[in-house]
Design a protein. Structure first.
Length: 225
């Protein structure tokens, strides 16, 4: 049995979210950009929405999974600053732009370059910030070496966060999953074309981060009489 299979079985017994681990970091990256209107694509049960809500004026979450979307909507019922829409990225409000957009373990479900292009051209306001924490396909010795610390830390964190054996996976970890198609090198290459200047880093727990700041709108030239 592969090591990843063993870790997945252990994680189901002592569940904790690799994605939620990066929630505070994402919220800080959004806050430091000064964003007031934020879109979270694939918001799940709303854990990141709650962190973003503390730092932004308005937050919109998109979630295609019915059960997760219902949980997220219920959490913020009565809060006019939070909107949860049961839809995927393609169903977003067209023509609207946000000060910041976040995607956590979502980008690998979507066509890479067209999605990066749509985020750049159709979603981010001038000067807006994109923050991605994503999954990549492991390929090569560098990925194997990088996964070793995560393989050691994963069960330790699981026991610390959830020492009792769980009967079921929490709703925020029950959304459909997909295997990543692109390697980290392929993601870097796509970002270099579509998001020039994006900062990409390999992260612990089989993740990478991408932060991109859209150019501010160029000031218009004064009219000549």
């Amino acid at each position: 049995m592969a090591v990843t299979d063993v870790l997945q079985r252990f994680n189901r017994r002592h569940p904790w979210s690799h994605n939620d681990h990066y929630g505070p970091w994402i919220a800080r990256r959004v806050a430091e950009s000064g964003a007031r209107d934020v879109l979270d694509v694939g918001c799940g049960a709303g854990n990141l929405l709650a962190l973003l809500r503390r730092r932004a004026g308005a937050v919109t979450g998109l979630e295609p999974d019915a059960a997760a979307a219902a949980v997220a909507a219920g959490r913020f019922d009565g809060d006019p600053a939070v909107t949860v829409v049961r839809t995927d990225f393609a169903g977003r409000e067209r023509g609207r732009r946000w000060d910041a957009v976040t995607l956590v373990a979502v980008l690998h479900h979507l066509p890479l370059r067209p999605t990066l292009r749509a985020l750049r051209d159709d979603c981010l306001a001038p000067g807006g910030r994109l923050v991605v924490v994503g999954c990549h396909r492991e390929a090569g010795a560098a990925d194997v070496v990088a996964s070793l610390p995560a393989a050691v830390a994963n069960p330790l964190v699981g026991l610390a966060k959830h020492p009792a054996r769980a009967d079921a996976v929490p709703v925020h970890m029950a959304a459909p999953t997909a295997e990543p198609r692109e390697t980290l090198a392929e993601i870097r290459a796509a970002a270099a074309v579509e998001l020039p200047g994006a900062r990409i880093r390999r992260r612990l727990f089989w993740r990478y981060s991408l932060v991109y700041d859209a150019p501010a709108r160029r000031a218009s030239s004064p009219s000549v009489p």
